[in-house]
Design a protein. Structure first.
Length: 294
């Protein structure tokens, strides 16, 4: 406020001054304005860096949760129903029972995967929809030509408030607090998923080898064996997809902490090099420079 009042007083006084005096005032004000521009440029990089850090954390979680949807197993369930319907239970009693149990175990594992990934997906999507750069001050809605006002207000607040490193550290801690409930939820169902996928595989293997180890038993139909192989592959895939968001979250937490010492400009450059919001970043940068030069 003191700086703004001083500038206003100088500008008002210059209206009644001679051209020579006005030139002196211009020489006095120019360094101050350049200092303000430098601060706004720095604030701009810091804001973009905070947004980039948030995106680098949440985007892999969102991607892993999206890829973890077990929708492709619908074909396995459909094929198994058809095979079970054509498989005489009185003739293939054990094979019929084993195949039915294998499908049931895979279904339970997929349900747990769907529930866990849905929670991770919604959390990551919500966080990516809220830019981190201005979230503490409630200014993330200011974009385009209003970005200059946003940055000016942030610069003024941060001049007497938290530094970039302090703000980043605060947001790193906040992200950890936000992702931990999801990790705790995953840990509670991990045992169930591992048990269900293991049983699905075991029962499917029983279907494949039953006629080999039981002499005199009828040969297991090839269609039943093909479905059993699909169940084994599906169980392996469900295990992998279940752990993907967990590993992405853990890796993100470690990367978040190790990146706290990185300079804002380096963070922005790395984000652009990785292709994270490149077009929007470049367009926003041009808009920012045009606003300052206007």
């Amino acid at each position: 406020m003191a700086l703004s009042s001083s500038l206003m007083a100088i500008l008002l006084a210059s209206c009644n001054m001679s051209v020579l005096d006005a030139g002196l005032i211009t020489n006095l004000v120019a360094p101050i304005w350049h200092a303000i521009e430098d601060r706004l440029d720095l604030e701009y990089d810091e804001t973009r860096a905070l947004d980039a850090k948030s995106e680098q954390f949440w985007q892999p979680v969102l991607q892993a949760a999206t890829e973890g949807k077990p929708g492709q197993h619908a074909d396995i369930y459909k094929d198994s129903q058809a095979v079970l319907a054509d498989l005489p239970e009185e003739t293939y009693s054990y094979v019929h029972k084993a195949l039915l149990e294998a499908v049931s175990h895979l279904h339970h594992a997929d349900d747990a995967l769907m529930q866990q990934n849905s929670a991770s997906l919604h959390l990551a999507a919500d966080k990516l929809a809220s830019p981190a750069g201005g979230q503490e001050e409630g200014l993330s809605f200011l974009t385009g030509s209003h970005r200059f006002l946003s940055l000016a207000m942030l610069a003024t607040q941060h001049l007497f408030g938290l530094s970039y490193k302090e703000r980043l550290h605060k947001q790193v801690k906040q992200r950890q607090a936000e992702i931990l409930p999801s990790l705790r939820g995953a840990s509670k169902v991990t045992g169930d998923v591992l048990a269900e996928t293991r049983e699905a595989s075991n029962k499917a293997f029983d279907v494949l080898k039953y006629d080999l180890y039981h002499r005199g038993s009828p040969k297991t139909p090839e269609a039943a064996k093909q479905v059993a192989q699909k169940i084994i592959a599906g169980a392996r895939e469900t295990r992998h997809r279940f752990f993907q968001p967990i590993m992405s979250s853990v890796d993100g937490m470690a990367r978040d902490v190790s990146g706290e010492e990185q300079f804002p400009s380096a963070t922005v450059d790395a984000a652009i090099a990785e292709g994270m919001g490149t077009q929007s970043e470049e367009a926003e940068h041009q808009d920012h420079r045009g606003t300052l030069e206007a």
